[in-house]
Write a protein that binds this ligand. Structure first.
Ligand code: TUI
Length: 315
């Protein structure tokens, strides 16, 4: 059995968070992951606050286990969503893509554990000073909005810099990734891409099919020019975006406009031409649709086997 301090802190069976995925991870997926013993996370993304409230209420109907809500800080309505979260009190709030200092106290006062995604030591240290109960160190192997460092380099440095539990994210899709994360000092992991193909994940079937077919070199980072780099699969949309990005006659406004709504078009409509299929570099090893329970139990059975075997290398 694998059991770490994050399990005790949150009352979960397995030290795994399902990464928030805007337009994708809803109450159904989050509840399935929580019922399977991990921590499911509803992504607020850019959704209106009342819709986020409905999802939180739905998740409460679907599970008695703890679950989280992710507040995407780049969203213009992050403040309203933050308030709804404080009122409805999910066990955990995770944050990403920006500075959560303005909201941290409100959540902590409401008794919610705030666990930010951090791309650097500076953000990790600031977050802990502001009351973060744990941090998720996310490397650039992950899908969506990414930082500069790799998981391999970021995780041990964050572990050395803070005195709260650290979870590793970015590039973790099976038991080997979990075992590696532990070796780097993490006491848990967050995985997004692997849960994209969970049976309980309502993303468009075209999105799941793409993940299952994808190879290790099939993702690309776009949007560096705009200051918010995003990793997605190399689709016609990503190629067009890259071409525009390196074209100096295209303004930043035009580039922003090209990207606007493209994740929804992929996740909801399954549009292979115009959608942005955000996914991590580990998509290449995701080969089949499985239930959230199968995904989690398989990942931890494998991690346990590997961790037991690791001793063979010590003479
Ligand atoms: O947030 C993510 N990944 C995301 S958000 C998202 S939605 C989106 N849609 C369209 C365009 C762009 C995004 C898709 N994927 N990951 C967590 C993450 N957070 N990665 C990096 C950061 C981050 C970056 C800077 C966190 C904090 C930060 O600065 C905080 C500070 O205090 O300055």
């Amino acid at each position: 059995m694998i059991h770490t301090p994050i399990c005790d802190l949150l009352g979960i069976q397995y030290p795994i968070f399902q990464g928030a995925m805007a337009w994708i991870s809803d109450a159904k997926l989050a509840a399935a992951v929580s019922n399977a013993g991990g921590l499911g996370v509803i992504a607020a993304g850019g959704a209106p606050a009342d819709l986020v409230a409905d999802q939180i209420k739905r998740a409460k109907d679907l599970t008695d286990k703890p679950f989280g809500v992710n507040v995407m800080l780049m969203s213009p309505n992050a403040g309203e969503v933050a308030k709804v979260v404080a009122e409805l009190k999910p066990a955990v709030v995770t944050t990403g893509a920006g500075n959560a200092s303005a909201f941290a106290k409100m959540w902590i006062d409401a008794g919610i554990d705030w666990i930010p995604v951090v791309p650097s030591i500076a953000v990790a240290v600031k977050s802990v000073r502001n009351g973060a109960r744990a941090v998720i160190a996310e490397g650039g192997e992950s899908g969506g909005h990414v930082g500069e460092l790799t998981t391999m380099c970021l995780v041990p440095q964050i572990c050395d810099a803070v005195n709260v539990p650290v979870l590793a994210a970015g590039g973790i899709g099976d038991g080997r990734g979990i075992a590696a994360a532990f070796m780097l000092g993490a006491v848990g992991v967050q995985a997004g891409t692997r849960f994209l193909v969970a049976r309980e994940c309502g993303v468009h079937q075209n999105y799941k099919n793409k993940i299952i077919k994808t190879k290790e070199i099939d993702s690309v980072v776009t949007g560096k020019r705009l200051g918010h780099p995003v990793r997605s699969l190399k689709t016609p949309f990503a190629r067009k975006f890259l071409q525009y990005e390196y074209d100096s006659s295209i303004t930043n406004e035009q580039l922003e406009e090209l990207g606007a709504g493209s994740l929804r078009v992929a996740a909801v409509e399954g549009d292979n031409e115009n959608g942005s299929f955000m996914a991590g570099q580990i998509a290449g090893l995701v080969k089949k649709e499985q239930s959230a329970l199968e995904i989690i139990t398989e990942m931890f059975a494998e991690a346990e086997k590997i961790l037991h075997r690791a001793e063979q290398w010590v003479k």
